[in-house]
Design a protein around this ligand. Structure first.
Ligand code: WQD
Length: 326
C-alpha cells in the first residue's frame, strides 16, 4: 500500500517519510512548502507541492498513487502564534482536517495516523507521568486544535471504517542528519543556540517551579525515534473503525538546567544561563507514561538527550557556519 504523508517536507515529516521509505513502505509526500523544504526529501520520494487542505488535490493524489494510508502532519504548530491568531489555527488545523478527512474517506483510505501533541493535556499533574487517560485540558488554541483534531479523526474513523492512531508527541528534538534539522527557532534547543550565536547567555524561564531544581521538566524525544513510532503506528493491524491514542516520549524527565548543561558540553560554550520570570502557560512538568506505546506499538525510544542536542547542533552549524568556530 502507498502512504500519503502530509507535511512530508517538514522537519518531522521528512524524517517520517525517510524512515518509512527505508523500511520498504511506498510513500508520497504532500507539502505546500510554506515551511517545508523539498531538499529534505531524497529523489526517490515523490513530492506533490500543494495543500492538504485542497480536497480535490488530495483526491487526485490518492487516486494517482493508490493511497491506502495517510500520515497527517501538515499543521500550524506554534503555541504563542495560536494565542494571537486562533482563527487561523482552527481554520487550518481543524477546518483543514475536515476537508482532508472528507477526501480520504472518498478515496477509500483504510488507515490514518494523526500527529497530535502533549499540548492536549494542558497543565498535567506535576507529580506523575502523564498517561493517555489523563484529563485533556489544553491551555492554548494550538492544543485545542490538536484535541479537536483527535475527536474528528476518531469520529471519522469509526463512521467510515478507518483504523486511526493519534500520536501525542512530547518535546521533539534532534535530527537524523544535519540537513534535516528543524529550521524554526521556536523550541528551547534552537532558542538557546540562537542566544549563544548572538553572544548572549541562554535564558531559563523560571527557576522557582515546583520541581527538583526549580526549572521546568520535559520529556525530550529524538525525531528519529518519533519517526520510528510513526512506522510502527502505520504497520499496526488495527481493525476497521478502531482507534488508538498513544504518547510518544521517553518517559524520562529532563530539567531546563540539565538540558543547558548538555548544550554547554556539546557547543563548548559554558556561559552561565540567566534566570528570567516564568513563561505564562508553562507546565512545571510534562513527562509521558510510555507503557501504552511499548505495549501497543512495540515502540521504545532509544536515543538520549546528548544525541538530540549534538545532532541539533550539527544542523545549526550547517546553516550558521560561523557557529562552529565559536
Ligand atoms: C521547553 C522548556 C520553557 C526556551 C511546546 C509546545 C508543545 C510542542 C513542543 C508542538 C519550557 C523552557 C524555553 C528558553 C527556557 N509543540 N525554555 N528557555 O513549551 O514544553 O512545548 O513545544 O508542536 O505543544 O507547547 O517547549 O521547547 O518551548 O520549552 O527555559 O529559552 O524550556 O519554559 O519549560 P514546550 P519549549
Amino acid at each position: 500500500m502507498t502512504w500519503l504523508i502530509t507535511g512530508g517536507a517538514g522537519y518531522i515529516g521528512a524524517h517520517v517519510a525517510r524512515v518509512m521509505a527505508d523500511a520498504g513502505e511506498r510513500v508520497v509526500a504532500l507539502d505546500d512548502v510554506s515551511s517545508g523544504i523539498p531538499e529534505r526529501l531524497p529523489a526517490d520520494i515523490p513530492l506533490v507541492r500543494g495543500s492538504s487542505l485542497d480536497g480535490d488535490l488530495v483526491r487526485r493524489v490518492c487516486a494517482e498513487y493508490g493511497v491506502a494510508g495517510v500520515v497527517h502532519l501538515a499543521a500550524r504548530k506554534q503555541v504563542g502564534e495560536s494565542v494571537v491568531r486562533p482563527l487561523r489555527y482552527y481554520e487550518q488545523n481543524v477546518g483543514g482536517l475536515v476537508t482532508l478527512l472528507d477526501a480520504v474517506v472518498a478515496a477509500g483510505v483504510r488507515r490514518f495516523v494523526f500527529s497530535s501533541s502533549a499540548a492536549v493535556y494542558g497543565d498535567p499533574p506535576a507529580a506523575e507521568l502523564v498517561a493517555e487517560d489523563a484529563p485533556c485540558a489544553p491551555v492554548s488554541p494550538y492544543g485545542e486544535t490538536k484535541l479537536a483534531g483527535e475527536w474528528l479523526v476518531r469520529a471519522a474513523g469509526r463512521a467510515h471504517g478507518i483504523a486511526t492512531t493519534c500520536l501525542r508527541y512530547f518535546n521533539v528534538a534532534g535530527a537524523a542528519r544535519p540537513e534535516l534539522a528543524d529550521t524554526g527557532v521556536s523550541n528551547v534547543i534552537p532558542m538557546v543556540f540562537d542566544r549563544l550565536a548572538r553572544g548572549e547567555a541562554p535564558r531559563v524561564f523560571g527557576a522557582d517551579h515546583p520541581t527538583p531544581d526549580g526549572t521546568c521538566v520535559r520529556d525530550y524525544v529524538h525525531v528519529s525515534d518519533l519517526a520510528e513510532a510513526h512506522l510502527a503506528a502505520a504497520r499496526r493491524e488495527g481493525a476497521p473503525g478502531t482507534d488508538l491514542t498513544v504518547n510518544i516520549g521517553r518517559g524520562k524527565g529532563v530539567s531546563v538546567r540539565e538540558l543547558l548543561a548538555v548544550v554547554a558540553e556539546v557547543t563548548g560554550d559554558g556561559r552561565a544561563p540567566v534566570v528570567e520570570p516564568r513563561r505564562p502557560g508553562d507546565a512545571p512538568r510534562a513527562v509521558a507514561d510510555v507503557r501504552r506505546a511499548e505495549r501497543e506499538l512495540g515502540f521504545t525510544a532509544t536515543r538520549g538527550v546528548r544525541e538530540m542536542v549534538a545532532s541539533a547542533w550539527a544542523g545549526w552549524c550547517l546553516r550558521h557556519p560561523a557557529a562552529r568556530q565559536g
